[in-house]
Design a protein around this ligand. Structure first.
Ligand SMILES: Nc1nc2c(ncn2[C@@H]2O[C@H](COP(=O)(O)OP(=O)(O)OP(=O)(O)O)[C@@H](O)[C@H]2O)c(=O)[nH]1
Ligand SMILES: [Mg+2]
Length: 691
C-alpha cells in the first residue's frame, strides 16, 4: 500500500526485499534463544544449530550470558529469507533484565511471545502482555516446548486468554500419539487455515501427511472457533458462517492478516523451538502477516515520508568500536560518511550475535549500529533536525535492589565512575549514586543477578574490580530531653593561649525539623564574630552523636559566655562548642531514628494476602490495598516499612508472585527505634568507629 500524499510504501509484500523486525520475548527460559537459533538455521543463516545449554548458540554470546546459560542482553541477528530481510531481537526473559525487552519491543514490527505449555505459569506473562497491548504491538503467541507438553492445548489457550485482552486465535491443533508409558506425545499438527496435517521431523521441515481420521472432530471444532472469532471483525465471514457457506481460504487468510496487523487478534502457534518443530510455520506466519516499517512508524506516530530518520533503542560500549548506538531506520537511508542533523555518521554495522558486519548504508526498516555518535542514546531519534527524544520510548524501571560498591584498588575510583556511566547508558534500568548520607557509592537495579552481571561487566570489560556490600541504612539519632551545659576551653601553651567559655541550652524539636541554632547572646558577652564559630562547632559535632549517627531534630541556643581579648579565637569557640555538646548529649536521652518508607507493592490479586503477610513479617504497618490503576486482576498494597526491611524484599515479593510483583518507595519519616534492634545498630556503629 502506498501513501498517496507522500508516495511512501506503507506496507510491502512478502518477497519485496523489505526489512522487518521481530522481537522474541517471553518469560525466563521459555526457549527464545533456542528458537532464534532454529530460525537462523531454518533460513540458512547458520549451517549448524548450536544450543544455549552447550554455550554454542549465536545468541547469549557474551561472557555473562554464557556463564549462566541465560539471556542477560538483547541478541540481534539479521537474515535473508525468500527475498525478505528479517532482524530478530531475542531478549532476556528474566524480569531483572526486562528493560532490554521493552527497548526491543519499541522498535519491532511484531512481537512473538514465546511461552511454555503450562497454564499455571501464565501469570508470569501478564506484565509483558500488558505492555505489548498498551503499545498496540501486533503480536502472536508461540507455545513452545510442545514436545514436553503434558496438558491439553485448549487449557493452555484458556489460561492465556485470562492475561490477554485481545482475542486469541489458535492456528494449529496438535496431533498426539500415546507413548509406551501411558502418556502422550505431540508428533505433528494440523494447520487450521489450510486444513493440512504435518508430521514433525527431528530436523528440518515437517512432512505433509494425510489428515488422521481421529483428529477430525477436534480439528473441526477448533476451526469453527477460529472462524467465529474472525467473523467478529468481518461481516462477510459472519454471514457465510450463519448461512453455513464454506468460506474461501483467501478470505480467511485476509482476515487473519488484517486483524493481526490491526492488533485485534493474537494468533497462537505451537512448536518446539529447540528442534525446529513449528519453526517454519512461524516464519510463514511472520512472512505473510508481520506489518512493514511504514505501518509501524505510523502506529508510533513517527515520520515515514522518505526523509532519513533513525531511532536509537540501545547503546553498547565496545572495546574497539567505541560507542555504538543501535538504531532502527524508520524512513530514508543512512549512509557512511553522511552528515545528519549536524552529526557525522561514521561506520555502520549490522550486528549478528557478537559479530558486527560493516555495511555501507541502511535503508528504511533496517536495524543498524551507528559508531561514535556520542550524544545519541536510547529513546532518541536522529534526523536532519538533529537529535531529539521519541515520545513513547519506555521509561527505565525504578530500582528495587542496591549494592554499595568500592573499587578494590583505590586508584581506580575515577575509572569506576567512568565505567558506571557507560554501563548505565547501556542499561538505563541500572543507576548509580554517591549517597551523601552514608558516604557510599550505590549501584541500583532490578535485582541481585542484574547487579552481579553489572559488576562482572565492570571487571571484565572495563577492568575495574570492585567489592560489594549491602548498602548501609541512613540511621539518625535525636534527643528526648532538654539540658543546659556550660563548657570552657582553655589552653596556655607559651605565647598567647586559647580561651572560650559558653553556655548552651539544648532541646528536642519535632520530627523533620532538622537542626536549629539560636543566638541569645546579649551585651556582647560572646563577640559577634565568634558566634558563627560556635555554630560551626555544633554542626561539626552533630555529624556523629553518642549513638554513632548524625544527630537531627534539635535546637541549640547559645545563651551566655565569656571571652578573652587576646586569647579568644574562632578556633577556641569552635572547640568549646564541641565540648559543650559532648557533655550535654548524654543527658538529653539520645534515641536512634530509623528511616521509614512508604512502600507500594504491585502484584496479581491472588497473591495480595501473601504480600500483606510478607509486609507484616517485616515490621511493616499496612495502610490498605486497592486495585492497581490500569491493571486488570492486580492490586497495590501500601504500607509503611523500615528501610532496613525493604532492602532485600524484592526477592520475597518475586517468590510469591511468579516473579512479576514489584514495588516502589518514597521516604516518609524517621521513627524512633529502641530495644534490641537499636542496641545492635549502636554496637555496629561503635565497632566501625573503633576499626
Ligand atoms: N523440551 C524442550 N526444551 C527446550 C525447547 N526450547 C528450549 N528448550 C530448553 O529450555 C532451556 C532454555 O532455553 P533458552 O533458549 O536459553 O531460553 P530463553 O527463553 O532464551 O531463556 P532466557 O533468555 O534466559 O529467558 C534450555 O535448556 C533449552 O534447551 C523446546 O522446544 N523443547
Ligand atoms: Mg535467551
Amino acid at each position: 500500500m502506498t501513501d498517496l500524499k507522500t508516495g511512501t510504501i506503507l506496507s510491502g509484500r512478502p518477497g519485496s526485499g523489505a526489512h522487518r523486525v521481530v522481537a522474541l520475548c517471553g518469560p525466563y527460559l521459555s526457549g527464545k534463544t533456542s528458537l532464534l537459533e532454529s530460525l537462523l538455521y531454518a533460513t540458512g543463516a547458520i549451517g549448524r544449530r548450536g544450543s544455549t545449554r552447550a554455550g554454542t548458540s549465536v545468541g547469549d554470546g557474551s561472557l555473562e550470558a554464557r556463564r549462566r546459560s541465560m539471556g542477560t542482553e538483547i541478541n540481534i541477528a539479521s537474515v535473508d529469507h525468500l527475498g525478505d530481510q528479517w532482524t530478530f531481537l531475542d531478549v532476556p526473559g528474566s524480569i531483572e533484565f526486562q528493560h532490554d525487552a521493552l527497548a526491543a519491543l519499541a522498535v519491532c514490527d511484531t512481537a512473538v511471545i514465546v511461552c511454555e505449555p503450562s497454564p499455571d505459569r501464565v501469570v508470569a506473562l501478564s506484565p509483558l502482555v500488558k505492555h505489548i497491548e498498551d503499545n498496540r504491538i501486533p503480536h502472536l503467541f508461540f507455545i513452545n516446548k510442545i514436545d514436553s507438553a503434558e496438558g491439553r492445548v485448549s487449557d493452555m489457550l484458556a489460561a492465556l486468554q485470562t492475561v490477554s485482552s485481545r482475542k486469541l486465535v489458535l492456528r494449529q491443533v496438535p496431533i498426539r500419539r500415546p507413548t509406551g508409558d501411558g502418556g502422550e506425545e505431540t508428533i505433528g499438527y494440523v494447520d487450521l487455515a489450510s486444513e493440512r496435517a504435518y508430521r514433525y521431523q527431528s530436523n528440518g521441515a515437517s512432512d505433509l501427511i494425510e489428515m488422521p481420521a481421529e483428529i477430525l472432530p477436534r480439528e473441526a471444532e477448533a476451526r469453527r472457533e477460529m472462524l467465529e472469532t474472525l467473523s467478529e471483525f468481518d461481516d462477510t465471514l459472519l454471514e457465510q458462517l450463519i448461512e453455513d457457506v464454506a468460506p474461501e481460504k483467501s478470505l480467511i487468510y485476509r482476515d487473519l492478516h488484517d486483524e493481526f496487523g490491526a492488533d485485534k487478534i493474537a494468533p497462537v502457534l505451537l512448536g518446539a523451538g529447540d528442534r525446529e518443530n513449528g519453526v517454519r510455520r512461524l516464519l510463514k506466519a511472520l512472512r505473510h502477516d508481520a506489518p512493514f516499517v511504514g505501518e509501524t512508524a505510523r502506529r508510533r506516530d513517527l515520520p515515514s515520508n522518505g526523509v532519513a530518520i533513525a531511532e536509537c533503542f540501545k547503546v553498547l560500549h565496545q572495546a574497539h568500536a567505541g560507542k555504538l548506538s543501535l538504531c532502527r531506520v524508520w524512513s530514508g537511508t543512512l549512509t557512511e560518511g553522511q552528515s545528519l542533523g549536524g552529526h557525522r555518521i561514521g561506520s555502520l554495522f549490522r550486528p549478528f550475535g557478537q559479530r558486527l558486519d560493516k555495511i555501507g548504508e541502511a535503508k528504511a526498516g533496517e536495524l543498524v549500529a551507528l559508531a561514535k555518535i556520542d550524544s545519541l542514546s536510547a529513546g532518541q531519534s536522529i534526523s536532519a533536525a538533529g537529535i531529539a527524544p521519541t515520545a513513547d520510548f519506555p521509561q527505565a524501571e525504578s530500582p528495587v535492589f542496591a549494592l554499595a560498591l568500592s573499587a578494590k584498588n583505590r586508584n581506580d575510583e575515577v575509572k569506576l565512575t567512568g565505567a558506571l556511566q557507560k554501563i548505565v547508558e547501556e542499561d538505563p534500568s541500572l543507576a548509580w549514586e554517591a549517597r551523601a548520607e552514608t558516604h557510599e557509592l550505590l549501584l541500583k537495579g532490578q535485582g541481585e543477578m542484574h547487579l552481579k552481571v553489572a559488576v562482572e561487566k565492570l571487571a571484565g570489560r572495563y577492568n575495574v574490580a570492585v567489592e560489594t556490600a549491602p548498602p548501609k541504612v541512613a540511621y539518625r539519632e535525636t534527643i528526648g530531653a532538654s539540658a543546659s551545659q556550660h563548657a570552657r576551653y582553655k589552653r596556655q601553651t607559651g605565647g598567647h593561649g586559647q580561651f572560650a567559655d559558653i553556655k548552651i541550652e539544648v532541646r528536642p524539636l519535632p520530627r523533620g525539623a532538622g537542626f536549629r541554632f539560636v543566638d541569645r547572646i546579649v551585651g556582647g558577652v560572646v563577640p559577634r564574630n565568634f558566634i558563627p564559630a560556635v555554630e560551626d562547632g555544633l554542626i561539626d559535632y552533630l555529624k556523629e552523636g553518642p549513638l554513632g549517627q548524625p544527630v537531627v531534630d534539635l535546637e541549640v541556643a547559645l545563651v551566655d559566655g565569656q571571652y578573652h581579648a587576646v586569647d579568644s579565637s574562632e578556633m577556641s569557640f569552635k572547640m568549646a562548642a564541641r565540648i559543650a555538646m559532648t557533655e550535654a548529649m548524654p543527658k538529653c536521652k539520645p534515641v536512634l531514628l530509623e528511616p521509614i518508607l512508604k512502600v507500594t507493592v504491585a502484584a496479581p490479586s491472588e497473591s495480595t494476602s501473601r504480600i500483606q503477610r510478607l509486609i507484616s513479617g517485616r515490621r511493616g504497618q499496612l495502610l490498605g490495598f486497592d486495585a492497581r490503576p490500569g491493571w486488570t486482576g492486580w492490586d497495590e498494597v501500601s504500607a509503611l516499612m523500615p528501610e532496613s526491611e525493604v532492602a532485600d524484599m524484592i526477592v520475597e515479593i518475586r517468590s510469591v508472585t511468579q516473579g512479576v510483583g514489584t514495588y516502589r518507595t518514597e521516604f516518609d519519616h524517621l521513627q524512633e527505634l529502641t530495644g534490641r534492634g537499636a542496641d545492635r545498630i549502636v554496637e555496629e556503629a561503635k565497632k566501625r568507629a573503633a576499626a
